[in-house]
Design a protein around this ligand. Structure first.
Ligand code: BGC
Length: 813
């Protein structure tokens, strides 16, 4: 089924890294890249496996300083499985001629399969099928199957199945100079299962700084025509690797299937004694591969019932949207809920950005909160658990409240690099991205939005409120009052546009009055006020006493919400930051002609001895990020609340202005631009949407996807269909719809869960149909293109969409 399958019909070594990331299989507890089971890390293959939140910190001396990095650790390869014929070389697709090849990732079932026929140097032709899944219901189990079907030979085959801990982190070339050896081997041995009496493999390793103990075990069986073979085997052992080597005959009439089932546990798992023991016991009692596959398929089926989004009329669009949902659910699934992990920008699919958590959850949680709110809640709990670290960081900066780090990993400290390598110039340059204080705004925003979508007041009162108030307090302490302007200002920060991290020729990082930050702070102060009204008075009194929030403090928050400074230039253009209007215009045409791909202008300009800070250019336009978050009426309300004029024309002028000055150096940029243009420039928006959609599948940034998917762009494209094209918005206790369907999509069908009620949403033939699940306990207010109505349990209502969409431009608050 093309709409459920990512498929490749030829082996292309240069694309292997990309395919390994796109064909990774995982379950929210761990993820294994889609490398062939017989491959080891080399120039072409990189068989990484990563635990959700499995970090380790190492120090590397570079350019006279000690560089500390916390990495997502590549853990021992559980899937290694290969064979050789008559004592020859181990199977190697590079050493023969590939006669047939097909690789398929079945998105519905969560199964990766590779079928190939190889002619080796001895002219032996062998059909090989390798299938793999990481179990979606039993988070500690995974399976690898290998079928060997000789075409024109018979002989003796040796099958080698290993747990291979001889791995390092070498998946990202530009990190090559950094320390990369994270694992200490503790135990690599065969064992006899108490329950099965069968010999199996066990491997225990431990990360060398975070002391995360990882226990793995594997059971390998040979099967012929459905019957288990009692094949003789020997054990091979090294310090960090243990293997079973089986011997069996094989021929055209005697194909061989190898079934390997593996388990993974860590010392942080709940309800275990010790991870090695847990891994051994779990594999000893594991069902046969076929039964595991059946339960795995059923688990995925359940997830798809909740999470599928159907778009008709565009097979490829449909497939990619499903691929994006698939990777989102492999990164964060019901298995992640008890894990204390955040939302990694690049999935657990590779080593880029070291598995760190940035602000990308703002693009990712909207999909989860409408379907699997418990996962969204767990992600907020990850932040809440790190409130102490955020308070400490604010305090260390001489500020109050809680300051979340730009990059977060295990314990919530700032994990951003201090230097990074520009691969274009080969120079190590200071990395100032940590001045992106707006990450704390995103954390508070996500927390509030979780509450408004779920109505989960108990969670707001027990966790969320504290977090939001502490972030409000942080920003209040970051603002300074400028008596000359009679306005509040924020200095020395950066917005999401990472091409501007300082004023030209300044050696101090940061900019003044970044409009994104200042306007968002206005929202935060207003929300803090609303929050204190919403929560139960007793809880409010307790919280205010605990946090020592005084009426003076809340009055100041209120004052800030009315008097933040927002810079403008050229009439009604909101300046990205104060002074932006004075920067030089950039020679877009000249650079396009010279370099072709100018996504990463920061690197290009640095390599020329110049700096992006000098020009009016953006990686992603942060003024437009405001428009992405806040619909036009809300922007208008906020700016007017601040005493600034704001009209539909202002909105449009700003979009045109910044679109012409954006290089889309981040995949997130396409999402934002699609959203803000969907209503005014539908064709351009569709083109941007398609680019966002293809960004990982086609690796538009030229090599980055191999190092890990872009989870924000993946989830964000799905969210564009979910919220932007349907005009879905939750405000004031009602769900609003104001569809603006691209004509390229014939129809859309999806389900959302809002305040504990499932609602089916379908757009077809210029009609919107909303169907309430039969179990609603109370009706829900619905607003379609401004007209209010009510939906009762089990009721279905259809609304013609003949009238044009309501708002001039989109937003989502
Ligand atoms: C973007 C950030 C984003 C990060 C991780 C960067 O390229 O500029 O906004 O958080 O990637 O996805």
């Amino acid at each position: 089924m093309p709409q459920w399958t990512l498929a490749y019909d030829a082996f292309k070594p240069e694309q292997q890294g990309l395919r390994e990331a796109l064909c990774a299989v995982g379950n929210g507890y761990f993820v294994t890249r889609g490398a062939f089971p017989w491959s080891a890390a080399d120039e072409i293959h990189y068989p990484g496996t990563y635990l959700a939140g499995g970090y380790n910190r190492l120090v590397t001396p570079i350019a006279g300083r000690d560089i500390v990095n916390e990495d997502l650790v590549n853990i021992p390869n559980w899937a290694y499985l290969t064979f050789r014929i008559d004592g020859g070389d181990w199977f190697n697709v590079m050493a023969g001629e590939i006669l047939a090849f097909r690789q398929e990732l079945d998105l519905h079932a969560g199964i990766l399969a590779v079928h190939l026929t190889l002619k080796d140097k001895q002219n032996r032709e062998t059909e090989v099928t390798a299938r793999r899944f990481v179990h979606m219901e039993y988070p500690h189990l995974a399976a690898q199957e290998l079928t060997i079907q000789p075409r024109n030979w018979s002989g003796s085959v040796e099958v080698l199945s290993a747990l291979d801990g001889r791995v390092i982190n070498s998946g990202v070339k530009r990190y090559g100079q950094l320390a990369n050896s994270h694992l200490d081997p503790l135990e690599a041995a065969p064992f006899i299962g108490e329950e099965s009496g069968e010999e199996m493999l066990a491997l225990v390793t431990q990360t060398n700084q975070s002391k995360l103990r990882i226990g793995q075990a594997a059971r390998t069986r040979l099967v012929r025509k459905g019957q288990r073979l009692d094949a003789p085997h020997r054990i091979e052992r090294e310090l960090a690797c243990v293997s079973q080597v089986f011997q069996a005959d094989c021929g055209p009439e005697d194909p061989l299937t190898v079934e390997k089932v593996a388990s993974v546990f860590t010392g942080r798992d709940v309800a275990i004694s010790e991870p090695g023991l847990a891994a051994r016991e779990s594999i000893d009692g594991a069902p046969i591969l076929g039964d595991l596959e059946a339960t795995h398929r059923r688990a995925w089926d359940r997830l798809w019932r909740r999470c599928d989004i159907q778009v008709n009329g565009a097979d490829r669009t449909q497939m990619i949207l499903r691929l994006h949902i698939f990777h989102l659910l492999q990164t964060l699934s019901p298995n992640s809920i008890d894990l204390d992990v955040g939302v990694p920008a690049r999935g657990w699919h590779g080593e880029a950005y070291r598995g760190h958590v940035f602000w990308d959850e703002m693009f990712i949680l909207p999909f989860l909160k409408f379907r699997l709110p418990a996962i969204g809640k767990a992600m907020i709990r990850y932040r809440h658990h790190r409130l102490g670290a955020a308070r400490k960081a604010a305090h260390a900066a001489g500020l109050k409240g809680a300051m979340y780090p730009w990059q977060s990993g295990s314990d919530g400290r700032e994990e951003s690099q201090v230097m990074h390598l520009n691969p274009r110039s080969g120079r190590w340059v200071p990395d100032n991205t940590w001045v992106q204080r707006h990450v704390s705004l995103a954390v508070a925003y996500d927390c509030w939005k979780h509450y408004t979508a779920t109505g989960d007041k108990a969670f707001l009162e027990s966790r969320g409120a504290e977090l939001i108030l502490e972030v409000a307090r942080f920003f209040a302490s970051l603002t300074q009052f400028n008596p000359a302007r009679e306005r509040y200002e924020i200095h020395n920060v950066m917005g999401p546009d990472e091409y501007h991290d300082a004023y030209p020729d300044s050696d101090q990082p940061g900019l003044n009055n970044n409009a994104y930050t200042n306007v968002f702070v206005t929202w935060l102060m207003m929300t803090a006020h609303e929050l204190l009204e919403v929560i139960d008075p007793e809880t409010k009194a307790e919280l205010c006493a605990k946090l020592q929030i005084t009426p003076d403090e809340t009055e100041r928050w209120e004052d800030i919400s009315r008097r933040m400074f927002v810079p403008f230039h050229d009439g009604d253009i909101i300046s990205q930051f104060e002074g932006y209007g004075d920067l030089k215009e950039f020679d877009w045409e000249g650079y396009r002609a010279k370099y072709g791909d100018i996504h990463r202008l920061d690197r290009i300009l640095e390599s020329e001895g110049d700096s992006a800070n000098r020009y009016k250019l953006s990686k992603q336009a942060d003024v437009l990020m405001l428009f992405y978050l806040f619909p036009e009426p809300v922007m208008k309300e906020m700016l007017e609340h601040l005493g600034y004029a704001f009209s539909a024309e202002t909105w449009q002028n700003n979009i045109d202005y910044y679109l012409a000055r954006t290089s889309h150096g981040s995949t997130l940029s396409y999402l934002v631009h699609t959203w803000v243009m969907a209503r005014s420039h539908p064709e351009q928006a569709w083109e941007l949407f398609k680019t966002a959609l293809e960004s990982d599948v086609e690796d538009i940034q030229g090599g980055t996807t191999a190092e890990g998917i872009h989870l924000g762009a993946m989830a964000g494209t799905v969210d564009l269909v979910q919220r932007c094209f349907t005009g879905l918005d939750e405000r004031g206790g009602a769900l609003h719809f104001d569809p603006v369907m691209p004509h390229h999509l014939k129809d859309v069908a999806l389900r959302v869960r809002y305040q504990e009620r499932w609602l089916d949403v379908a757009i077809k033939d210029d009609c919107l149909t909303l169907t309430a699940a039969p179990d609603w306990r109370e009706p829900m207010p619905i607003v379609v293109r401004g007209a209010e109505t009510t939906l009762n349990a089990g009721e279905s209502k259809t609304f013609p969409l003949k009238e044009p969409p309501q708002q001039l431009a989109g937003g989502q608050a």
